[in-house]
Design a protein around this ligand. Structure first.
Ligand code: ADP
Ligand code: MG
Length: 403
């Protein structure tokens, strides 16, 4: 049966097809069409008595999302993620800039275009699932088709709804009431319903935050699997670093209503360009740089620890201005019992352990180097204790210079 939902392929690629696909992805990277284009978007809320106070929720927001991409907006609570998503959905009206979905201008601050939510080709799932309590599971699913882009007859509606419920492991529950579903199942139903309207773009605002930890990580995998199979372009909002890292093709960090930095999860984790980007993607040590110079191809940074050699970036990429810092992840802070660190390399420092927490597969240590405390993550089998005198080795390739 021809299937309108599954544009992508759920199967592993083999033989010639795999070659063609990987070739086409590599060769046309910049030519991939943008499904969403946001340009210089700004939004201010007027609050207080007679709207005298202003909250600048978004400023100068520009980004594109490619067809099929899983694009994540990540940042702390209150940074403007939901406002941005709601502007894309048409639930909120920006006051400057432009939004295009599938080449259609849905908002323009210049021409005054504002396409209403029901006429934008989108599906949405928010934190509260908004499924109808008085309808059965299958009725809820069929409901999604009513708002769809295509007109589908009654018989076909049921067939498509059943197929989607099957996809989310809900087929055996189709006659239940939503109140007889677990939180995770309700969330899957909300997703199934959003996808049934056959949108071009799926907007998800912290959809997993009401689930317990175990369900959340299960749903993370499942959501990503279905997203790949359906091949639907998705904008995902979260404040959770592990969701952002594990699910996204592209991560965009938002802070104070502005985009701070953008990249793949690996780029942001291993080579952040900003201290905010480094922090949002995990635990990190930031060491202020007093002076930075190059010496025979090596970058040297004067810090309160002394001079640290850095080899991670070509010099032409070094940030010129701003308060520069070295960032290094705790797992790259190597801790040695005294005397064992000598062969390590250029950046070895004497330290004392001032914090030690055993958490099973690893130990979280705090090591004090002069006046500076660094977080280190070592194997759970290492036996370090509070007060131990140690050497700390910082590999020159593990640093990023951030602003
Ligand atoms: P996030 O989703 O990242 O937590 P929001 O987009 O909800 O952040 O909020 C961004 C900022 O805009 C916050 O300062 C918030 O208080 C403000 N804000 C959001 N919605 C409204 C509103 N309807 N009226 C006034 N202020 C709002
Ligand atoms: Mg929000």
């Amino acid at each position: 049966m021809a299937n309108r939902f599954f544009r992508g392929s759920g199967q592993a690629l083999t033989g010639d097809r795999a070659k063609t696909e990987s070739f086409s992805i590599e060769s046309s990277e910049s030519a991939r069409p943008a499904l969403v284009e946001v340009r210089e978007l700004a939004k201010t809320f007027r609050i207080g008595v007679r709207g005298r106070e202003e909250v600048c929720a978004l400023r100068d927001i520009s980004f594109s999302v490619e067809e099929g991409q899983f694009f994540t907006l990540v940042g702390p609570s209150g940074c403007g993620k939901s406002t941005l998503l709601r502007c894309i959905a048409g639930l909120e009206m920006a006051e400057q800039g432009e939004i295009r979905i599938d080449r259609q201008v849905v908002y323009s601050g210049v021409t005054g275009v504002h396409v209403s939510t029901d006429r934008r080709p989108i599906g949405m799932v928010f934190q509260s699932y908004a499924i109808w309590p008085h309808m059965s599971v299958i009725e809820n699913a069929v409901f999604g088709l009513r708002f769809g882009r295509d007109k589908v007859d009654k018989h076909k509606s049921h067939e498509l709804a059943e197929e989607m419920l099957e996809r989310f492991g809900l087929a055996s529950m189709s006659s239940r009431s939503p109140s007889e579903l677990s939180g995770g199942q309700q969330q899957r139903l909300a997703l199934a319903r959003a996808l049934l309207s056959n949108p071009r773009l799926l907007l998800l605002d912290e959809p997993l935050s009401n689930l317990d930890a175990e369900r959340r990580s299960e749903m993370r995998v499942e959501l990503r699997r279905v997203q790949r199979e359906v091949g639907i372009t998705t904008i995902y909002v979260t404040h959770d670093q592990s969701e952002a890292l594990s699910m996204s093709d592209v991560l965009t960090v938002v802070m104070g209503g502005k985009i701070v930095e953008s990249g793949t999860p690996r780029q942001l984790y291993f080579n952040p360009r900003t201290s905010i980007g480094a922090r949002v993607t995990g635990r990190v040590n930031l060491i202020p740089i007093k002076r930075l110079y190059t010496d025979g191809g090596q970058v040297r940074c004067e810090t309160e620890l002394g001079t640290i050699s850095v080899s991670s970036r070509p010099t032409d990429e070094l940030p010129e201005t701003g308060e520069r810092m070295l960032s290094v992840r705790p797992e790259n802070v190597h801790v040695f019992s005294n005397g064992e660190g000598e062969i390590f390399g250029p950046n070895v420092f004497e330290a004392r352990i001032v914090g030690a927490e055993f958490v099973g597969n690893h130990m979280n240590l705090t090591v004090r180097l002069g006046d500076l405390d660094l977080a280190a993550s070592v194997s759970g089998e290492d036996r370090f204790s509070l007060g131990d005198r140690v050497s700390v080795g910082l590999p020159s390739s593990a640093f990023s210079i951030v602003v």
